[in-house]
Ligand binder design. Structure first.
Ligand SMILES: C[S@@+](CC[C@H](N)C(=O)[O-])C[C@H]1O[C@@H](n2cnc3c(N)ncnc32)[C@H](O)[C@@H]1O
Length: 276
């Protein structure tokens, strides 16, 4: 088969179902060219020239790391610092105000656990970390942790470097850039200062699975459920809600279509929901 042939309808359906089973992402029927291009990269890396041979390799389960590499190839990792600024303004303002007021009144401990779910290459959790760092004086003595998770290993590897190019930082003000980043000697790249980067920890996690560990005060889930369907979306949201502590806040992206599946949470604004 020539390298530029697209998936046949049958092959498209096979991969569409495979992706759905493993990630919850529903690849809509019009995306044949996009999916063909993305899978073709895996064929090249594996030295194969047929989609059928690649599907056999992928599903045989004996090609080390192939499932991870496939998922890396088919996910959309687009993100940037302070994407949808009003979410970060809410986090640094009303959310922190309330947490601090409650701690001062002795109604909660001085600690915050935040989860940036489907964080891609880390710009979202690091933007939250910058908000925390900017509030350091009023958070003195607090225990602070932001967990960034994604299904895509290569995105997480980028996140762990904490080094970003010009496109990622396009919406970072010059003051914030100077305060939180160190320009890299090679030029055209900026590394987050260790005090900010150190607030974040990255782990692989699939939204179709429950999240282990202590419950979170705030969970941010944006620009990923848009790729899910009406069956996989509520599954992911149920796991997120279960991971939220009582009184905790869920921040949803405006395009994610989560609103229909958040019964039981109190709507605080058009992007914040609170667990009773
Ligand atoms: C477009 S990025 C969104 C990044 C960030 N949340 C933002 O709003 O800028 C979507 C991310 O969702 C991740 N993703 C897709 N399906 C997932 C799943 N089942 N579990 C965890 N992450 C997933 C992708 O790997 C990708 O990095």
């Amino acid at each position: 088969m020539s390298g530029l042939i697209s998936l046949t309808p049958e092959q498209f359906t096979q991969f569409q179902q495979f992706i759905y089973r493993h990630t919850g992402i529903w690849t809509v029927d019009g995306k044949v060219a996009l999916l063909s291009n993305r899978i073709r990269r895996r064929l090249r890396d594996r030295g194969l020239d047929s989609f059928d041979d690649y599907y056999k390799l992928l599903t045989a389960g004996n090609a080390a790391g192939e499932l991870e590499a496939f998922i890396d190839a088919i996910t959309t990792n687009e993100t940037h610092f302070f994407r949808t600024i009003e979410h970060f303004n809410w986090f640094a303002g009303p959310f922190l105000d309330e947490m601090i007021a409650r701690a001062t009144a002795g109604q909660r401990e001085r600690s915050l656990r935040i989860w940036s779910a489907a964080c891609s290459t880390g710009e979202e959790p690091y933007s939250l970390a910058i908000c925390l760092a900017e509030n350091a004086p009023r958070l003195a003595g607090w225990s602070l942790k932001i967990i960034g998770t994604d299904i895509c290993e290569s995105a997480l590897a980028t996140a762990r470097t904490a080094i970003y190019g010009p496109k990622a930082i396009e919406h970072v003000s010059p003051e914030r850039l100077a305060q939180n980043f160190i320009a890299q000697p090679a030029g055209n790249a900026w590394r987050l200062k260790p005090a900010v980067a150190g607030l974040c920890e990255f782990r692989r996690h699939n939204l179709l699975e429950p999240m282990e560990g202590t419950a979170f005060d705030c969970i941010v889930i944006r620009n990923v459920l848009i790729y899910f369907d009406r069956t996989s979306k509520p599954i992911a949201l149920r796991h997120l809600i279960n991971a939220l502590r009582s009184g905790g806040s869920l921040v949803v992206g405006s395009t994610d279509g989560a609103h229909d599946f958040l019964d039981g949470l109190k709507r605080r604004s058009n992007f914040v929901y609170q667990k009773p």
